[in-house]
Design a protein around this ligand. Structure first.
Ligand code: ATP
Length: 264
């Protein structure tokens, strides 16, 4: 078993077609150095889990991938997406977020109808045709496995849905924009086991059309749904590999300690 060298930079890479790559990414909250030289390549149409103890930097790193840290932290390094460094100042952040959608820990639907939740961003982006909007609502709600439960009550308030339904609505709302990448920041942490299972099934189906990167504290969830897993520790990416290897045969002592519950 190897010990991680905190002075060296680890290139976290696995074979396959890349969708988005972090190069020497560092994040600072004032004096707090939260992410140290993360070099991590994510594969297209795969689910990748980010795991690690509380405070290890998973959410901070995830937010770098669609510029969600802009107002709260200093992010150095490059995020390469389709040949562009999207961490560059002159990149249009709204365009980035159209292609790299995000779903948060707590479901956050707008206090509007289900239909309005689905159409708001589409209308803002110039999609006005009623047929096109209806088509997007239906196809996205189907992809998020919510359509059958809400198709007869699209004008009902989104806040009247259960927590799990609200989270699937947030996923549907994100994919209505037809992004390439979906970032999920502990999307099940506020949900009961049955709702969690539904989201997990949804995520596994969604990878057919999207690249998915998910922060999770739930080891079972990481093993059930992700193809690859990156282990974060003290702001460093310590190990990155096929999920099976991370959980059954990790190379690094710190990974082994974490997954066996020795710390964190
Ligand atoms: N908005 C913020 N302002 C200042 N510091 C922050 C902020 N968000 C995170 N941090 C700090 O950055 C470090 C990494 O935190 P982060 O939330 O990314 O870790 P995490 O692994 O996602 O933790 P958790 O699993 O508890 O969500 C911590 O030291 C944390 O205190």
């Amino acid at each position: 078993m190897k010990t991680y060298n905190f002075d060296e930079s680890y290139i976290a890479d696995v074979p396959g077609e890349k969708e988005i790559t972090a190069k020497d990414v560092q994040v600072f909250y004032g004096d707090n150095h939260a992410i140290f030289n993360a070099n991590l390549k994510f594969l297209r149409n795969k689910v990748t889990s980010l795991i690690g103890a509380s405070g290890s930097g998973k959410s901070t790193f995830l937010r770098c991938l669609n510029r969600m840290n802009d107002r709260i932290a200093t992010v150095k390094g490059e995020i390469d997406y389709q040949g562009t460094n999207i961490n560059s100042k002159n990149v249009n952040v709204y365009e980035v977020r159209k292609q790299i959608g995000m779903v948060f820990q707590r479901p956050n639907p707008f206090a509007k109808s289900i239909r309005e939740n689905m159409t708001f961003a589409l209308k803002e982006n110039g999609i006005k045709s009623k047929d096109k909007l209806e088509e997007r609502i239906e196809s996205s709600l189907k992809e998020a496995a919510l359509w059958d439960e809400v198709k007869d009550e699209l004008d009902k308030s989104a806040l009247a849905l259960s927590g799990g339904q609200q989270q699937r609505l947030c996923i549907a709302r994100a994919i209505a924009m037809r992004p390439n990448i979906l970032l999920l920041d502990e999307p099940c942490s506020a949900l009961d086991p049955i709702s969690t299972l539904k989201i997990e099934e949804t995520v596994v189906r969604l990878k057919e059309n999207y690249t998915i990167i998910i922060v999770t504290h739930n080891m079972g969830q990481a093993t059930r749904i992700s193809d690859y897993t990156a282990f974060f520790h003290l702001g460093h990416v310590i190990e990155y590999d096929a999920t099976k290897n991370i959980f059954e045969n990790p190379s690094m002592q710190a990974t082994s300690d974490y997954i066996s519950g020795d710390f964190g």
